[in-house]
Design a protein around this ligand. Structure first.
Ligand SMILES: NC(=O)c1ccc[n+]([C@@H]2O[C@H](COP(=O)([O-])OP(=O)(O)OC[C@H]3O[C@@H](n4cnc5c(N)ncnc54)[C@H](OP(=O)(O)O)[C@@H]3O)[C@@H](O)[C@H]2O)c1
Length: 324
């Protein structure tokens, strides 16, 4: 088998690991068309999964994804569950609907997210909206779905949770002393995104620590950069040009763009699919993945004390404890 790398496409990853897809159940958050989530769902449909459940905000954007899956293989069961990850009542209702639709989840891929929100914005609960949509909503959803992940965890290969992160995590540690930006006074859009994306990696480390004995492991995947999805559609080239100064201010380090600077829409789902399917990954988890392979991760996103502190803060913010 060819080594999977920066140029691999989502379809190639699924083809390489098709035995890991056949008969399995996948939950993907944030899969409106066009998004990384939609690409993953469509690629997975080519290898006979039993069930693909999509939990996303806007049903009409998911309809074309469900249609495409039916066109590829009408025997694949699909379920759409509406959810707003920034509203904890909505997350609790969605989790109930997902658990009613499937007793076991082999792979949960947390792909929903937002990025570079220019004006300081809070969710219904008062939490900064990038931390809310990227991490806190997924923290609650994942833990509520844990019984179904644990049910799959005892089977060969175990169960996996993939959290979509970003290279942008490098430009801020998690701000435990000011995670909500002093009600906006200390906010900037890129620090907000970086904090949320650091949280995605810390959460993968926390989940693996707490659930590995139940056969559930987690990785954080940086997909690369692509401009066909909706994530940065409100941003300009000048907005992105501010990232290096944010990195310098927060971390005292030089920012480095990656190579390749951009991936195609066909390539942008490959790393998270490799995290979900490569049989070698559970033994290497928790891991941070780039270009379809495990990659070293900066200390601030794997520090065991930060992992534990984030778990506790997240429990406080959702008003529920999760012990395994
Ligand atoms: N694209 C990139 O270049 C890139 C680079 C690095 C990391 N990432 C990461 O990859 C992930 C996916 O990005 P993407 O490019 O696919 O973004 P996208 O095109 O904006 O898609 C995001 C999806 O998440 C859904 N979503 C957003 N907020 C939600 C909420 N509050 N509740 C439920 N669903 C919500 C959106 O729903 P709607 O359909 O309602 O809008 C959409 O379907 C994100 O975690 C992002 O940080 C992306």
């Amino acid at each position: 088998m060819a080594v999977l790398d920066a140029l691999s496409t989502g379809d190639q990853v699924v083809e390489a690991f098709k035995s890991q897809v056949k008969g399995r159940t996948f939950v993907i958050t944030g899969a409106g068309m066009p998004s990384i989530g939609s690409q993953m769902a469509i690629s997975l449909a080519r290898a006979s999964p039993a069930h693909i459940l999509i939990a996303s905000r806007t049903g009409r954007k998911v309809d074309p994804v469900l249609e495409k899956i039916a066109e590829i293989d009408s025997s694949v069961k699909t379920t759409f569950v509406q959810v707003d990850l920034t509203d904890h009542e909505s997350v609790r209702r969605a989790a109930k609907e997902i658990l009613a639709a499937t007793p076991k989840i082999d792979v949960l891929i947390n792909s929903a997210g937002n990025m570079g929100i220019k004006d300081y914005t809070v969710d219904k609960q008062g939490i900064e909206i990038q931390l809310s949509a990227n991490h806190i909503g997924h923290f609650l959803l994942t833990n509520l779905l844990a019984p179904a992940l644990i049910a799959a965890g005892s089977q060969p290969g175990g169960a996996r949770v993939v959290n979509l992160t970003s290279l942008g995590y490098r430009s801020s540690r998690f701000r435990f002393d000011d995670w909500n930006f002093s009600n906006g006074k200390t906010y900037d859009l890129w620090t907000g995104y970086a904090q949320a994306k650091t949280a995605n990696i810390l959460f993968s480390f926390g989940l693996t620590k707490k659930l590995k004995s139940h056969g559930v492991t987690s990785t954080a995947a940086h997909p690369g950069s692509n401009i066909d999805t909706q994530l940065g559609s409100h941003l300009t080239v000048d907005d992105y040009a501010k990232i290096p100064e944010v990195m310098q201010r927060n971390m005292g380090k030089e920012w480095e763009w990656e190579t390749p600077r951009f991936k195609t829409f066909d390539q942008i789902s490959s790393t998270s699919l490799a995290a979900a399917l490569d049989p070698e990954i559970p033994a290497k988890s928790p891991a941070y993945m780039v270009n379809c392979q495990p990659h070293e991760v900066d200390e601030h996103a794997r520090d065991p004390e930060a992992v534990e502190k984030l778990w506790k803060l997240s429990e406080e913010l959702v008003g529920q404890k999760f012990d395994y």
